[in-house]
Ligand binder design. Structure first.
Ligand SMILES: *[C@@H]1O[C@H](CO)[C@@H](O)[C@H](O)[C@H]1NC(C)=O
Ligand SMILES: *[C@@H]1O[C@H](CO)[C@@H](O)[C@H](O)[C@H]1NC(C)=O
Ligand SMILES: *[C@@H]1O[C@H](CO)[C@@H](O)[C@H](O)[C@H]1NC(C)=O
Length: 274
């Protein structure tokens, strides 16, 4: 009795596993991020990105964000559930600071206005480093801040375009014209180590191994170190920096919406810049 009832059970069990295996791998690859960040959560994070007041209105869509993550399978997909949620929250917080339209008394607070801008409004220059011969500036082009991470400089547009399949030197405008490419430039920045800087991703998923110089400079893992990677030369190693506080404010709000703690070392006020 027992053994004959076991056989059909295990067959059913196997066929369930098989149907998961055939659909599951593709489905998980395509849907994993959307399990952690639904469109509703995305909308409640970016309450005002499509307001008339925002120059980037209707540019940064949920779908283009999700599609861009598929190019980087490890993004938000490394470590335990809390680690994954924290990484996504931190990424969204940093790009929010880079593109914020918020102010102290803004509706819903200053941290509800991320992704309001898609390009730098009053660039002080065309961000051309003419000494860089590997990624020479194209005449008439500006390499000002564009997209969620505000990609800037010829030496960043060139490699980003090469890696993602666009001509970053001749067509830098595409980063503010194509939202999939825009998100891809931001996630690529996040995932890419640029020695001596580790990648933001490695810092948040526990893969960062500090060097002697890192230890001497208090560069311990946490959101503050990510800020240091992004703009530490201007913002870190000084007390109570307004820009750093803004980055932290976004992260605290988003971590709460993701229902995850922020982790240690939020600030970079005691860190030496790279
Ligand atoms: C988008 O591309 C058009 C040309 O196709 C250009 O006129 C426009 O300035 C671009 N917009 C941005 C934001 O770069
Ligand atoms: C490291 O942090 C400690 C404690 O906050 C501080 O006293 C020290 O000056 C920091 N070192 C550097 C290199 O900033
Ligand atoms: C930090 O700066 C803000 C103004 O940006 C100020 O209101 C606050 O008192 C300062 N906090 C500390 C601890 O200095």
């Amino acid at each position: 009795m027992e053994s004959s009832s076991l056989i059909p059970f295990s067959l059913i069990f196997c066929s369930i596993l098989l149907s998961f295996a055939s659909n599951g791998i593709e489905a998980r690859r395509l849907q994993y991020i959307s399990h952690l960040i639904s469109e509703d959560l995305f909308d409640s994070i970016f309450l005002h990105k499509d307001d008339n007041a925002c120059p980037a209105r209707n540019f940064y869509t949920y779908d283009s964000f999700i599609q861009a993550t598929e190019v980087f399978p490890l993004f938000g997909n490394t470590g335990n559930l809390d680690t994954r949620k924290r990484e996504i929250a931190a990424f969204l917080a940093q790009i929010s600071h880079e593109t914020t339209g918020g102010w102290a008394t803004a509706p819903d607070g200053p941290y509800a206005w991320g992704l309001c801008f898609k390009e730098e409004m009053n660039p002080p220059s065309i961000y051309c480093d003419s000494t860089n011969t590997q990624w020479p500036c194209y005449p008439g082009k500006s390499y000002k801040g564009r997209g969620p991470i505000q990609l800037s400089w010829n030496y960043n547009y060139g490699p980003a375009g090469k890696a993602l399949g666009f001509d970053g030197l001749r067509n830098p405008e595409i980063v503010a014209n194509n939202s999939l490419i825009a998100f891809e430039t931001a996630i690529r920045f996040w995932m890419t180590e640029q020695k001596p800087k580790p990648s933001c991703h490695d810092v948040l998923v526990g893969k960062y191994v500090p060097t002697e110089a890192d230890l001497a400079g208090n560069r311990t893992a946490g959101y503050g170190l990510v800020t240091n990677i992004i703009n530490g030369r201007l913002e870190c190693g000084r007390p109570n920096d307004t820009r750093v506080n803004d980055r932290i404010g976004f992260f605290k709000r988003y971590a709460q919406l993701f229902n995850v703690d922020t982790g240690p070392n939020l600030d970079c006020d005691n860190q030496k810049p790279f």
